[in-house]
Design a protein around this ligand. Sequence first.
Ligand code: ADP
Ligand code: MG
Length: 229
Amino acid sequence: LKDEVNRMERLSLVGQMAASITHEIRNPMAVIRGFVQLLNERSSPEQQSYFRIVMDELDRANAIINDFLSLAQNRIVEKEPCQLNDLLSELKPLLWADANMRGQSIDMKLSDEMDLLLMNIKEIKQLLLNLARNGMEAMNDKGVLKIETRNMRDMVQLRIEDEGVGIAPEKLERLFEPFYTTKAKGTGLGLALCLSIVERHNGKINVESTPGIGTVFIVDFCKPGRNCW
Ligand code: ADP
Ligand code: MG
């Protein structure tokens, strides 16, 4: 319990600091981005290749700031009753476009019956997008991402399964650590954020993976009023 209290105190301090630092960093970065873009209009082809690098790195820094802010603002979020299936249906165009661009496809199987959960829609959508994008990033083109929901007795289950590179057993326990990434342009904050979102929704997240075959992330949400764990 003491560890849990310490953790909460740390998180709220981090949250307050993050909010102000983020604001102070975002503004100058926006200015830099604007002027670099202006400079580029008069640049040589060689300089233009540098320009791409500057822009990519600025975008990466921005992504880290945005992810970090969502992670650090571990605030008490407003929740409303809704169906996980509906959120997935709303994300469908976005997910399909993302998969198409990579030459991949998505196989979505939503359970017929679906009980209501109390959810913060913005957070759950972010969770779904993060898990789906990780799956796509792990696969080559032609890969199929399977997204499935199951309405169980006390829980609603979400499964996001890819045919990607997989994860070595010794790396599994590090996945949810902030800033753990194996990608050149990763932030390593996606899964840390997913974990904190799931915890705020009375859920559990698990991962099963076979290197070379693929990975499945399983999220169990406890239905309101049930005793799941
Ligand atoms: P990022 O995507 O920015 O690297 P994440 O927190 O989303 O950060 O993921 C952390 C790491 O976990 C990834 O860099 C990758 O090594 C591993 N990972 C996450 N999802 C998958 C997946 N579906 N298949 C294989 N590896 C994954
Ligand atoms: Mg990610």
